[in-house]
Design a binder for this molecule. Structure first.
Ligand SMILES: *Cc1c(COP(=O)(O)O)cnc(C)c1O
Length: 437
């Protein structure tokens, strides 16, 4: 055991980790493009983009340069009563990428806080309107929105947080009509879900503050996809009932589902959108909650009472903003959407093989995400099979980390055809060795 790992064992508390049973973590000393390099020199292909944050690849020269240039000017200043070019430029660029009046950018530090901001904003919007306040949020079963209290409340449908139910705010969860390649029953599933949503609206429509959802793809809930038309139907219903629409694109933003933002494949423009993970291309913790200008207007008033009482020490950190801006330019310079389309085509060519694989069900592809389920579907985020698979993949130089019974790849956009090929071969071999054994 290296000194690093010994010290880690003595002093560090890792996320989502049972320290008594978990094997020692792998010490990483360097990362480049799609690869991580361990202390012992071993190369690991990062097929989940370091928890879905890394876009263009690790240690990209242009991003490194943007970061160090900004560090020479200033690393951080408070963002209340002060402003700076990186934050203003990034806000205006994001507003330019988003449709209609989705143009008011609130900065925070991570995906969970971007969701907290969205929830507080929607809740307070109704208070500021001065009508009978709408207090109930709608969320999908299987939805995940982060680990802070408000985010856990709207994410209670993902099942990770039942311990904390007593602390949660009131949320109505409704079924998510998931689908996959070759699914013959999606219409029935959609009709059932819509019927339940109609029932909820009939019973409580006037109380609904709004809905929060991950458009097209539920990430942590298990890479569950739905059809754009289903989302449109759900959002239309909530909007007709007077509720606001929040799209949590923390995971789906910046190309993951094939378009710059997932909602661009739907007919629907939300009232609020949350972005993080890929925002800084995997460099810095930062997020934004972007609201329609018409919502922002509801927070104006002669005194503080209508203002949004929210802010973080590191709000609009200049280093993070600078690297995010550079990443947006890279998306154009490197024709990133073409790369994504190419990865999607390669992924799709794997579908027939996955369909034919014993022990595997529901293969599916959306953008750079290739996913399938263990058909035995033995539950649990950390089931034995899923842990054994994770360890087998790591031992074979692949960072593939199943979510319970769901195995998926979500590579950085710089991944080469050769690397994809070894990922696919490894993916299949792992299933044949661990699952079919
Ligand atoms: C990861 C994630 C979050 C939470 O982001 P953190 O940065 O981990 O707090 C919220 N929503 C979605 C959809 C996510 O995938």
């Amino acid at each position: 055991m290296s000194d690093l790992i010994k010290k880690d064992a003595d002093f560090v508390w890792h996320p989502f980790t049972q320290h008594e049973t978990e094997r020692a973590p792998i010490g990483i000393v360097r990362a480049k493009n799609a690869s991580l390099f361990a202390e012992d020199g071993k190369e690991i292909l990062d097929l989940i983009s370091s928890w879905w944050t890394c876009l263009h690849g690790h240690s990209h020269p242009a991003l490194n340069e943007a970061l160090s240039e900004q560090a020479e000017k200033m690393a951080h200043i408070m963002f209340s009563g002060f402003t700076h070019e990186p934050a203003v430029d990034l806000a205006s660029e994001l507003a330019g990428l988003l449709p209609e009046d989705l143009s008011r950018v609130f900065y925070s530090d991570n995906g969970s806080t971007s969701v907290e901001v969205a929830l507080k904003l929607v809740y307070q919007y109704w208070l500021n309107q001065g009508e009978g306040a709408r207090k109930v949020f709608v969320a999908f079963e299987g939805g995940y929105h982060g680990d802070t209290l408000g985010a856990m409340s709207v994410g209670k449908g993902c099942g990770f947080f039942s311990l904390f139910e007593d602390l949660m705010c009131e949320v109505e969860t409704v079924p998510f009509a998931e689908t996959w390649d070759g699914d013959a029953h999606v219409e029935e599933r959609e009709a059932e879900a819509l019927e339940i949503i109609d029932g909820l609206i009939e019973a409580r429509g006037h109380e609904l503050a709004g809905i929060i959802l991950e458009p097209l793809m539920q990430g942590a809930g298990g890479m569950r996809f739905c059809r754009p038309s289903f989302l449109d139907a759900v959002c239309e219903r909530i909007r007709d009932a007077g509720g606001l629409i929040v799209f949590d694109e923390v995971a789906t933003g910046f190309g993951r589902t094939g378009s710059l933002f997932a909602f661009m494949q739907t007919e629907f423009v939300p009232d609020v959108i949350c972005l993080s993970k890929g925002l800084t291309a995997g460099y810095m913790p930062m997020s934004v909650t972007v609201a329609r200008e018409s919502l922002f207007d509801a927070f104006l008033g002669a005194d503080f009472s209508k203002a949004l009482p929210h802010g973080h020490s590191f709000t609009a950190n200049p280093l993070a903003c600078a690297v995010a801006l550079r990443s947006l330019r890279l998306i154009e310079e490197e024709k990133t959407l073409d790369k994504i389309a190419h990865i999607q085509e390669r992924h799709k060519s794997m579908l027939p093989r996955l369909h034919g694989l014993e022990g595997i069900a529901c293969p599916r592809v959306l953008g750079t995400v290739l996913a399938c389920n263990l058909s035995a579907n033995e539950g649990g985020y950390k089931s034995d099979t899923s842990l054994a698979l994770r360890d087998w993949y790591l031992a074979h130089g692949l960072n593939i980390r199943p979510i319970g019974p769901v195995i998926y790849l979500m590579p950085p956009y710089c991944i080469t055809d050769g690397e994809l090929e070894s990922a696919y071969e490894g993916l299949i071999e792992g299933i044949e060795t661990v699952v079919q054994a």
